[in-house]
Design a protein around this ligand. Structure first.
Ligand code: GDP
Ligand code: IMO
Ligand code: MG
Length: 422
């Protein structure tokens, strides 16, 4: 039996979906523990691409059970769309999908408030999926949870009372028209019928399965630098994508965790606003976007691209306790003569000892680079680590030693077979 946590080590989109799909061959259960439909996890099997937003990336393997844990915020429409899409391609959810009683529901007013707040002074560049406002209600103890769907009278009362409050905010603060209460009540009452069969006491289920010796993979969404506590605040998401969040978001205690796997993209990308010290504005940046097809899996926005930031990764390794890493998209670097890696930051001529999480400071730092030789060869068909060019191995060795993790997987393309285990 083993329990592992898989986390994004940068600003999201590291290739978590692909690696969860590979790993889930060896796990019985995959659990999402935070975030919501702001995530876009891509899995490519042969020529068919599937993008998952809420359902764990283990769903494409018939014998894997998939759990949406209490830490996730669920948009009913996004969930139903995803179930429909998967079922249309022959993937059955029956007896394999488990949704926590305690997960919170994204309501139409959350999405509305998300988009309204993005029009204000502080523009985070959110995905517009209502994530922040939903977590606000959760922590204000006003949220509506999956368990509330089971008591229709109470559910209606809660929805009415929340909409009354939101309508006040919308009309008085934002001069926005009021929401139609009845429409929303009707919509959510119906939602229960569609998902009733999946609603589960998740901690009880997971602990029972662990006692039987079943193995569990906890699938993080977003990435470490988007963490509400440890990320580049305020340019972060509203949950805890770091390994600590996996325990609170699932009900599995820290004493049951065997390993933490970090997904590490061989360069850096970011979607949305906020500091990005190694961002490139030249042809190299444009080429990384083009060669890496760096466009958001959820919003389609072009991703900002830059050099690998090993200084940031050292911080990420420390916060998550990453034991082993999967380095993804290293094939994207193949066209470069030289590759830069950031090994430290300078601020006002002084080198920084630790990673600054103050966004203003991070905007001002100057990255210090080490230049490594490129390999200028197509490596996307290589399936044995020993056959990689020496320069690729040198690059991997350098980042592994600098950041302090063992590299277990190297990914050289989006498909399952474009992965080597070392
Ligand atoms: P996630 O959010 O971490 O699951 O990552 P995304 O799915 O948003 O973005 C990763 C993108 O890179 C997807 O389009 C994947 O199909 C693709 N991808 C994953 N691994 C590799 C790789 O090793 N090489 C290349 N070229 N593409 C990859
Ligand atoms: P996956 O799981 C990349 C970013 C948004 C924005 C910030 C806050 O696919 O790696 P939110 O909608 O969460 O309030 O937006 O976080 N963001 C992501 N960036 N990958 C993601 O998920 C992201 N989910 C949120 O772009 O900057
Ligand atoms: Mg993504």
């Amino acid at each position: 039996m083993s329990v592992s946590i898989l986390v994004g080590s940068q600003w999201g989109d590291e290739g978590k979906g692909k690696i969860v799909d590979i790993l889930s061959e060896k796990y019985d259960i995959v659990v999402r523990f935070q975030g919501g439909a702001n995530a876009g996890h891509t899995i490519q099997i042969n020529d068919k691409q599937t993008i998952l937003h809420l359902i764990p990336s283990g769903i494409l393997r018939d014998n894997v059970a998939c759990v949406i844990g209490n830490g996730v915020v669920i948009d009913p429409n996004a969930l139903l769309d995803e179930i429909k899409l998967l079922e249309e391609s022959g993937i059955s959810m029956k007896g394999r999908l488990f949704i926590s009683h305690n997960a919170h529901l994204i309501m139409p007013y959350h999405k509305l408030l998300d988009s309204i707040s993005e029009k204000g002074k502080q523009k985070i560049g959110t995905t517009g999926r209502g994530i922040g406002p939903c977590y606000i209600d959760k922590y204000a103890r006003k949220g509506i949870r999956i368990v509330d769907l089971l008591n229709k009278t109470e559910l209606e009362k809660k929805i009415r009372s929340n909409i009354e409050e939101k309508n006040n905010i919308l009309s008085k603060l934002y001069d926005h028209e009021k929401l139609n209460v009845q429409e929303i009540v009707d919509e959510y009452l119906k939602f229960d019928e569609a998902i009733d069969q999946y609603i589960t006491d998740v901690p009880h289920y997971l602990h029972t399965e662990m006692a039987k010796g079943k193995s569990i993979l906890l699938e993080g969404a977003q990435g470490t630098l988007l963490d509400i506590d440890h990320g580049t605040y305020p340019f972060v998401t509203s949950s805890s994508p770091t390994s600590g969040g996996a325990c609170t978001g699932s009900g599995i205690p820290p004493t049951k965790i065997d390993s933490v796997i970090g997904i590490v993209k061989a360069y850096t990308t970011r979607v949305g606003n906020g500091p990005f010290p190694t961002e490139l504005f030249d042809d190299d940046g444009e080429n990384l976007r083009k060669w890496g097809a760096e466009f958001g899996a959820t919003t389609g926005r072009p991703r900002r691209c830059g050099w690998f930031d090993a200084f940031m990764l050292k911080f990420s390794t420390m916060i998550n306790g990453i034991d082993e890493a999967a380095v993804t998209k290293i094939d994207v670097l193949s066209g470069l003569d030289e590759i830069k890696v950031c090994i430290g930051y300078e601020l006002n001529g002084k080198s920084l000892k630790s990673y600054p999480t103050d966004a203003k400071k991070l905007e001002m730092v100057k990255p210090v680079y080490k230049t490594l030789k490129g390999w200028k060869k197509d490596i996307s068909e290589i399936n044995d680590y020993n056959d990689l060019p020496q320069e690729t191995k040198d690059y991997l060795k350098f980042i592994s030693e600098f950041c302090g993790f063992r590299i277990r997987f190297v990914s050289v393309g989006p498909k399952r077979k474009q992965t080597m285990e070392i």
